[in-house]
Design a protein around this ligand. Structure first.
Ligand code: ADP
Length: 595
């Protein structure tokens, strides 16, 4: 997939795949019995309500002329009881359907989230994170109305419609036929706007996604924005996106507004015909039509168009929901490109030999980043990658943890091809410290324990002591129980790195990867850390990417990466003696320090 940005719309599907609705039905299935109960209760209440016009017809045509007060009171009592029963069933319906709707939404949201946990880095590389969030939160929420009310109301209303037509037919066949004439007119309206309406909601969901992507990006980048005084430009971009969303929404909602008034107009026309013709037929000699019948019939007309109005509303929310469903299921169906092979086995306990055999890799087709990389490490030794920015150092270490699949070649750990073992068993035995030492919201204790959920408080503290993080943690107001926020903005870059060192130590991995992990630690901390780091590296095969060559001078082997390959390799002294690229790099840093 091409990289998407906040100002790029996602591709719109032309035709809706009905199987998406079947999948939605799969989520509804576990609740079908409860929904059936709700539908039965609603139908019973509507069937009873249907009797009320008949009561009035009887009152008008018989009990008033007969001055039968007893029957009139009885009819009024029945009417009140029916109203009470209806209120109770509606209360039950709202409560039950809200619970069911929210449970379904929870299941869909859980499925997306679980799937997102499995999707490889490449998925996240290709689109703004805000566009992913909007699917998990907003799009799923937008199904709420459809699931809580739409489905049950539709089934009930369809049944109601049949009841009403029967009652209307009982009252008068000719007047019923006049009413039914309105339906083909409504069908014409639906056919006319359907395609445009669907496309309008798809566009609206795209604009919402763009807006969300930009908001998420702006919040993440707020420090840079404020340092470069870019607030006004950002507000302009935001305004454009927000206006785009507003326009798309207004355009889409216009179609929804078409349905309600169309129903009203058609119902007004048919009702007028019913009155005019009904009164005309009533005034004819030998007329069988009574005033009571016309009054009862007009009450039914109101009830006839009410469910049609709700059905039209359901149709609107269905089309809206479909545009969200497409995106939701698209995410759930996103292929997990980095996954266990069908017969993958568990990675045996790692000793620590890593071998790259002719490894080629590209992020995007036709743009090769690594070309036939070959190297073999020994157990427990430290390997460092150096080279210009963008040379592919991080890419190499990302491949060891199988965050991406190689294009060709093999990566073997202790002689086992990592593509033949389960990803979990592989990563569980590795410690990775990325360039960005991510801190999760919670206590410092929890953040370190992320490396090993089973670790006791004492083990956490011991790990922090080993990597020299204990002193600064103890100096914080609540020590290890100090709450830090997401991304650890309360901590300095160096402190964040020390925490991630402790986290890695606690995991006790056999293979350790430090991606530029020491680059932003100040000299004082660096000296402290070097001691801890040496302990951390003990007994593990380690790969270090560091810009400061002083950090990696003691590595067993340094590989100079550039132009998709390993240009030089050897110990610090060997590489200096070669007077090649590494020598130049070292001298340039040395000169820089002298200046
Ligand atoms: P280094 O760690 O040596 O600075 P990287 O391994 O991060 O370099 O990147 C190597 C090359 O791959 C660079 O040209 C970079 O632009 C590109 N690259 C890195 N990550 C991605 C990605 N997720 N998608 C596409 N290209 C990428």
């Amino acid at each position: 997939m091409a990289r998407n940005k906040y100002d790029m719309d996602e591709i719109l599907e032309d035709s809706f795949d009905v199987s998406q609705l079947k999948r939605l039905a799969g989520y509804i299935k576990p609740y079908k019995n409860k929904m059936l109960l709700v539908i039965i209760l609603l139908l019973s209440s509507s069937a009873l309500t249907m009797l009320i016009p008949i009561f009035f017809k009887q009152i008008m045509d018989s009990y008033i002329p007969d001055k039968d007060m007893g029957m009139i009171i009885l009819m009024c009592v029945f009417t009140t009881l029916i109203a009470l029963y209806t209120a109770i069933t509606w209360r039950f319906k709202i409560q039950t359907m809200s619970i069911i709707g929210q449970s379904i939404i929870h299941s869909i949201r859980t499925d997306i989230f679980c799937h997102l946990q499995e999707l490889p880095f490449s998925y996240y590389d290709d689109r703004p994170h805000g566009k992913i969030q909007v699917r998990v939160v907003n799009y799923v929420n937008s199904l709420s109305d459809l699931l809580s009310n739409g489905i049950v109301n539709t089934i009930t209303d369809l049944c109601n419609l049949i009841f009403i037509i029967i009652f209307m037919l009982i009252c008068d066949v000719r007047l019923t036929l006049i009413c039914l004439c309105g339906l083909p007119l409504l069908a014409l309206v639906v056919v006319f706007i359907k395609k445009k309406q669907r496309r309008a909601w798809q566009i609206q969901s795209n604009k919402q996604s763009n807006l969300n992507a930009y908001i998420a990006e702006s919040i993440n980048g707020i420090r840079v924005t404020q340092s470069f005084v870019r607030e006004d430009e950002n507000t302009d971009i935001f305004n454009n996106l927000s206006q785009g969303y507003r326009k798309a929404w207004m355009h889409a909602v216009r179609f929804n507004f078409t349905m309600g008034p169309s129903v009203d107009i058609i119902s007004a026309i048919t009702t007028s015909f019913v009155y005019v013709l009904g009164i005309k037929w009533m005034l004819m000699p030998d007329a069988t039509l009574t005033v009571g019948t016309i009054i009862a019939f007009t009450a039914y007309i109101g009830r006839f168009w009410a469910p049609i109005n709700t059905l039209a509303g359901f149709y609107n929310s269905l089309l809206t929901a479909i545009s969200y469903l497409e995106r939701i299921f698209e995410t759930i169906d996103e292929p997990v490109l980095v996954k266990d092979a069908p017969n993958a086995v568990s990675m045996p306990p790692i000793k620590g030999t890593v071998e790259f055999r002719d490894v080629c890799f590209s992020y995007e087709e036709g743009h090769r980043i690594l070309n036939k990389i070959n190297f073999t490490t020994k157990e427990g030794e430290t390997y460092a990658f150096v080279g210009p920015t963008g040379a592919g150092k991080s890419t190499i270490v990302n491949l060891i943890s199988r965050f991406y699949n190689v294009d060709s070649g093999q990566i073997l750990i202790d002689g086992t091809d990592i593509s033949t073992v389960t990803i979990r068993s592989l990563r569980e035995q590795m410690g990775v410290m990325m360039q960005d030492s991510f801190i999760f919201s919670g206590t410092i204790m929890d953040n370190i324990r992320y490396g090993n959920r089973e670790a006791t408080d004492e083990q956490v503290i011991q790990a922090a002591k080993t990597v020299c993080a204990h002193d600064f943690i103890s100096a914080m107001e609540n020590g290890y129980y100090t709450e830090v926020n997401e991304r650890g903005s309360r901590l300095s870059a160096g402190q964040r790195q020390l925490i991630s060192f402790a986290r890695a130590l606690l995991a006790d991995p056999k293979i350790l990867i430090l991606d530029e992990a020491t680059s932003s630690i100040d000299t004082e901390t660096e000296i402290l850390l070097q001691k801890g780091l040496n302990r951390l590296l003990e007994g593990r095969t380690s790969f270090i990417i560091a810009h400061r060559l002083s950090t990696i001078k003691n590595a067993d082997c340094i590989m100079y990466i550039d132009k998709g390959g390993i240009l030089e390799r050897g110990s610090h002294d060997e590489l200096l003696a070669q007077k090649g690229e590494y020598y130049n790099l070292y001298m340039s840093q040395f000169d820089f320090l002298k200046e």
